[in-house]
Design a protein around this ligand. Structure first.
Ligand code: 5GP
Ligand code: ZN
Length: 151
């Protein structure tokens, strides 16, 4: 069992510790998955590391790998149970990005038949016909070069 940091005031740490109940879907020594209490559709699930890390950029690579390792099998199981054939993987980092719980998590959100890119799921939301811009190729080369240096 790896050692991981915890925050006694954190909601998801309390779920990991069993102090707050959840509808558990999967557990291993690094990762826990359970149903979201405010689902966008039936089967909406969260995948969290057992360690308390606020955003994905702070998660040790081993724990990030453990979170993503379970996504294919878990999403297949959720789709099968929910009768969906499409789904979104959503991940919010920081308040400005819409993160409400400060313990990193992946959302697995089944899209039932009839939902689409701009149609809400069963009236619950998540239309995401986001307004895209156009890349500025002159600036993009320099930006990509800077990012490559930082990785
Ligand atoms: P965020 O906006 O931070 O990406 O998403 C947080 C998610 O956690 C929300 O979808 C919300 O419904 C879910 N959530 C908040 N509190 C609880 C809880 O006590 N139990 C469960 N299972 N989910 C929770
Ligand atoms: Zn936590």
């Amino acid at each position: 069992m790896p050692d991981y940091p915890t925050d006694p005031d954190c909601l998801f740490c309390k779920i990991v510790a069993g102090e707050i109940p959840c509808h558990k879907l999967y557990e291993d020594d690094r990762v826990l998955s359970f149903l979201d209490i405010g689902p966008l559709s039936a089967g909406h699930a969260l995948v969290i590391p057992k360690g308390h890390y606020e955003t994905i950029d702070r998660v040790p690579a081993e724990d990030a790998a453990a979170m993503f390792r379970i996504v294919p099998a878990l999403s297949r199981a959720i789709m099968r149970a929910a009768g969906a054939s499409a789904w979104n993987l959503l991940q919010n980092n920081g308040e400005a990005a819409g993160q409400a719980v400060g313990h990193v998590h992946l959302h697995i959100i089944p899209r039932p038949a009839g939902s689409s890119r701009d149609a809400p799921i069963e009236g619950n939301g998540l239309p995401f016909n986001w307004p895209t811009g156009e890349i500025d190729h002159k600036k993009a080369g320099g930006l990509a070069e800077t990012i490559r240096q930082y990785v």
